[in-house]
Ligand binder design. Sequence first.
Ligand code: MG
Length: 299
Amino acid sequence: MSFYRAEDPIFETYVLANAPLKQLASGFDWVEGPVWFGDAGCLLFSDIPNDRILRWTPGSGLSTFRQPSGYANGHTRDRQGRLLSCEHGGRRVTRTELDGTLTVIADRFEGKPLNSPNDVVVRSDGSIWFTDPHYGIMSDYEGYKAEQEQPNAVYRVDPATGAIERVIDDMHAPNGLAFSPDERLLYVADTGRMHRADQPDIRVYQMDTDGHPVAGRSFHKLEPGAADGIRVDGDGNLWSSAGDGVHCIAPDGRELGRIFVPERVSNICFGGRAKHQLYITATTGLYSITLNRRGIQHP
Ligand code: MG
């Protein structure tokens, strides 16, 4: 069986027949949140139940970056290259400064603790966008079981004032998120369909002139599984985690093709010297595949 399946002929040009999926490391409990550090030549990712952030260095292998990690989940880098992390345990978003100290970006809204920040992106204006579903407080597996005090929502942190604003509250369980290349669209994965069949997997919002998401609508409902982590390539195709691997979805919402992964995929990110390698966290394993695509990842 091939390692991929094209739904549209163009997908045949996105994969390389002699660059199949590779498993880089295994033996984790549940991995998520890959983020590429081109300057350090390594990938960071979270093994959430084991409360650690791991580092994968091509040619050298695996090491521990941070443990305990506050049960960290999703990561990204801001426009200055600093690590931003969503912590289930700390119920907060942090920034790792260049000297290694942590700055809390968000941990409360309207006086109450956040649920369990899940995934985070940064827009070119420096605003920080994160999702806050309930997954990290549902049990003691990926954090600490606790009462939910906020609706599942998406938040924006103002780059000038640090003020936190709830910007999306019409989703069941917002999870991964990504901007289109021109930042006129915001895609947000909704893993709520794991609990309610009528929920779309991925929604898309128009960004208004004030930089706020409006006019949300269903973008794509994938099968099997549900979208968790999503990333965009340079042509605006959306790459999404799925139950059987990674699906590639055109800007018009059509599936172009999929890469099969032997474990359920949680998150993905582009990396490597040309951002042409897709790193995949999938249940107990870390995988990668080299594509004939270049992803968008900042910086
Ligand atoms: Mg997630």
